[in-house]
Design a binder for this molecule. Structure first.
Ligand code: MN
Length: 248
């Protein structure tokens, strides 16, 4: 079965049709949101396919502009077992923006710890150490799944030691660096993702569950075949859900 642990399903031009077109072989799509206001509408997409599960999020690049929506996040958090997309982004925020991102993520992780049992899809571009610092400062926030990890080897080791999981996609795996990162991640902490429609393949936004390219790279790195990768990913997902007492 296909696993897409980070898809922006609600951001496709016709989200309902896209959801309805998912193949029967798709086993799990984590439908992440970028603002708490999107929660209700995005959750409604679940009725189009049994593999779709919605995550409550507030994207770091919207943190400054949507800071007031943390209140709504706190109101909704008890409805969500999956959280995302949340995190920090170090690419273009100025000092005020960075402070807003940190405040927002801090409050989000506090809310997660208070409610308990969350699986959290985390964005950490150019901010891996800071994300890990905040994570360490909020014990009980749940199980972290670093999406599109792009940190250093030392940061990777620290993340592994902190219990992080990793969702990896074709865009991340295309370069040599991405492959080296993937080879260094424990196999039992990996899931696939697309990050579509933002992440692309052949200049087109990836469709939800379009993970074949990532699976092919994993097969090379792990010296197995696509079926072997699928089996391992399925086992991994089952263990992630079981460790967090999540029944779908
Ligand atoms: Mn994303």
């Amino acid at each position: 079965m296909t696993i897409d642990f980070h898809s922006h399903l609600d951001l496709y031009p016709d989200a309902a049709a896209t959801a309805a077109k998912l193949d029967a072989s798709v086993g799990f799509v984590l439908s992440v949101t970028t603002t708490p206001k999107a929660w209700n509408g995005t959750q409604a997409l679940e009725r189009h396919h049994p593999a779709i599960h919605t995550a409550l999020g507030l994207h770091p690049q919207l943190a400054q502009q949507r800071q007031h929506e943390v209140d709504l996040f706190e109101e909704l958090v008890s409805n969500a077992r999956f959280i995302g997309e949340v995190g920090l982004d170090g690419t273009d925020a100025d000092e005020t923006g960075r402070r807003a991102q940190t405040d927002v993520l801090s409050r989000i992780l506090t809310a997660c710890a208070r409610d308990g049992g969350k699986v959290v899809s985390l964005h950490s571009r150019r901010a891996t150490s800071k994300v890990l610092d905040l994570w360490e400062g909020n014990p009980g926030a749940g199980t972290p799944v670093l999406h599109w990890f792009s940190g250093s080897r030392a940061e990777l080791q620290r993340a592994v030691n902190l219990g992080c999981w990793f969702s990896v996609g074709p865009a991340m795996l295309r370069g040599a660096k991405g492959r080296q990162v993937v080879a260094a991640i424990p196999r039992d902490r990996i899931l696939t993702e697309t990050d579509g429609p933002f992440a692309q393949s052949s200049q087109r936004g990836l469709m939800p569950a379009q993970t074949e390219e990532a699976v092919a790279v994993l097969a090379q790195v792990w010296r197995t075949d696509a079926m072997g990768v699928d089996q391992l990913l399925e086992t991994n997902l089952a263990s992630l859900l079981q460790q967090n007492d999540i029944t779908l």
